[in-house]
Design a protein around this ligand. Structure first.
Ligand code: THU
Length: 138
């Protein structure tokens, strides 16, 4: 295990315990490292009006953008619950895509921080739409 894995694992599992998930009881934490080595974390925040809840990945991405440094995600780790890997939902895959490179990796760990899944974002969202689609003259 690399130091980076241990760092992301510590952040993702710690922030998972802060999740506000009274409706699903499914706490999720996410931690990402940017290309310039900054770490950001987020948890899911549910809402009585169910669709208004936000995913852990969205919280980590919002913290990254608010910090104002590199917005390129090197690796994002998701800490979920139970034996099935808590893979990012479709919406979160697209949110990660916005700040991804071809090398961006997605790791999923369980409550104990054991690695359950690892892939590139590209493998999870191939043939995707991204910022470069909007960079052309109209
Ligand atoms: N959730 C996340 O925060 N991230 C994921 O990758 C999958 C699902 C949240 C959304 C909702 O609050 C709860 O988990 C159950 O779907």
């Amino acid at each position: 295990m690399t130091d980076l894995f241990a760092t992301l694992e510590a952040h993702a599992t710690a922030v998972r315990l802060k999740a506000y998930a009274p409706y699903s009881r499914f706490q999720v934490g996410a931690a990402l490292v940017t290309e310039d080595g900054q770490i950001f974390a987020g948890c899911n925040v549910e809402n009585a009006a169910y669709p208004e809840g936000t995913c852990a990945e969205a919280g980590a991405i919002a913290a990254m953008v608010a910090a104002g440094g590199s917005r390129k995600i090197q690796t994002i780790m998701v800490a979920g619950k139970g034996p099935a890997p808590c893979l990012p939902c479709g919406g979160c895959r697209q949110k990660i895509r916005e700040f991804a490179t071809p090398a961006t990796r997605v790791q999923v760990v369980n409550e104990e921080g054991q690695l359950l899944f690892e892939e590139t974002l590209h493998a999870l969202l191939p043939a995707s739409f991204g910022p470069e689609n909007l960079d052309q003259d109209a």
